[in-house]
Ligand binder design. Structure first.
Ligand SMILES: Cc1cc2nc3c(=O)[nH]c(=O)nc-3n(C[C@H](O)[C@H](O)[C@H](O)COP(=O)(O)O)c2cc1C
Ligand SMILES: Nc1ncnc2c1ncn2[C@@H]1O[C@H](COP(=O)(O)OP(=O)(O)O)[C@@H](O)[C@H]1O
Length: 309
């Protein structure tokens, strides 16, 4: 897959089959659209092109409501789309100026001129251009003049996609990772750099690698204890147990992402660790005695081992 970030450096596409969207999560619903792209491309020996925006339009247009949480960071999205076999991903740097382009200019100067689309696959309610003034009706009106085929994604499919994205976010926010994973079609994961904690873990017999996320917009699942698989620098995943929380037993205040890898004893500070969430075990608790916490960690580990098989 070729990734393009400079609109002035785009190649000449061969029978481009294009679609536009955020594709956050690249979940099972998105893969339905991707299949349509690939089918259309096959029929005309064309190339599949996904146009996406970074940052997310909402971040640029409503910077004050900073509530957006991503299922996938841009590098994660790129990796997932690559796996799907997409030919081109165009990451449009979304700016205020870009958002102020009129709908007709967006269509003619951006979509038509830059992509010369053979086919545009678009949601029935897709809006574009300044104040979202353009839509399917404008595409339909210009279709003949520019000779592109228009494939409309019907209301039901768009609705299902939105419901699915919302369900995945809500499930992760509630710790229901199994449901989220089912809807994603893969195991939800996040990647962080191992940083220093309070050096308490080793004393408890449970060294835990503290993860620092590269992108603060990444959605962190609900606080609690999870059975996970941890991959260090992209190596084979290892069974592990994870705690997300502020360590109430120690009156901690900040949210920590900590992973204890089973049967493992290496210094992995500054390494990249990717954690995949397999199942939720329990919520975080405040323990009166440290021994009680350790006894509970023993139970959590046994449970996680059992889940991970
Ligand atoms: C399996 C597991 C379960 C945990 N459960 C709790 C908990 O219920 N309550 C709590 O306060 N901390 C919990 N923790 C977090 C520990 O308090 C934390 O890992 C420990 O303080 C070590 O922190 P450090 O890495 O900063 O030294 C848990 C950690 C693990 C690995
Ligand atoms: N089984 C393990 N799982 C996770 N980290 C481990 C493990 N064994 C050794 N380590 C190392 O120990 C560190 C965690 O020890 P800990 O005492 O909890 O220190 P910190 O508070 O800095 O996280 C990790 O960052 C890693 O470098």
């Amino acid at each position: 897959m070729q990734v393009h970030r400079d609109l002035d450096q785009l190649p000449e596409f061969r029978n481009a089959i294009i679609t536009i969207g955020t594709f956050d999560g690249v979940h099972a619903g998105h893969r339905f659209i991707i299949e349509q792209l690939q089918q259309a491309a096959k029929e005309c020996h064309g190339e599949t092109v996904i146009i996406t925006f970074d940052p997310h339009p909402r971040e640029v247009l409503q910077p004050q409501s900073n509530t957006l949480r991503l299922l996938t960071t841009l590098p994660e999205k790129i990796a997932l789309l690559e796996k799907e076999g997409i030919d081109h991903l165009v990451v449009v740097p979304f700016t205020k100026a870009f958002s102020e382009m009129s709908a007709i200019s967006y269509l003619e100067d951006f979509l038509i001129q830059r992509f010369r689309p053979h086919t545009i696959i678009i949601g029935y309610d897709h809006r574009f251009g300044h104040n979202r003034e353009g839509g399917l009706e404008l595409l339909e009106a210009e279709q003949q003049q520019y000779g592109f085929q228009l494939i409309e994604i019907p209301k039901q499919v768009v609705h299902d996609l939105t419901v699915s994205s919302t369900k995945i976010r809500n499930s992760l926010n509630e710790g229901a990772v199994q449901l989220a994973n089912e809807l994603l079609g893969y195991t939800y994961f996040l990647t962080g750099t191992v940083c220093h904690g309070d050096k308490m873990g080793r004393q408890l017999g449970y060294p835990t690698a503290n993860l620092q996320l590269a992108d603060s917009r990444k959605l962190i699942p609900a606080e609690g204890i999870y059975a996970v698989r941890a991959s260090i620098n992209g190596q084979a995943p290892l069974p592990a147990v994870m705690s997300i929380g502020n360590r109430p037993t120690f009156n901690g205040t900040d949210l920590r992402l900590e992973v204890h890898i089973f049967d493992f004893n290496q210094d992995i500070y500054d390494q990249q660790v990717t954690v995949s969430f397999v199942d939720y075990i329990r919520p975080n608790r405040k323990f009166e005695k440290i021994e009680e916490l350790v006894a509970q960690m023993d139970l959590d580990s046994a449970k996680a081992r059992e889940i991970l098989g």
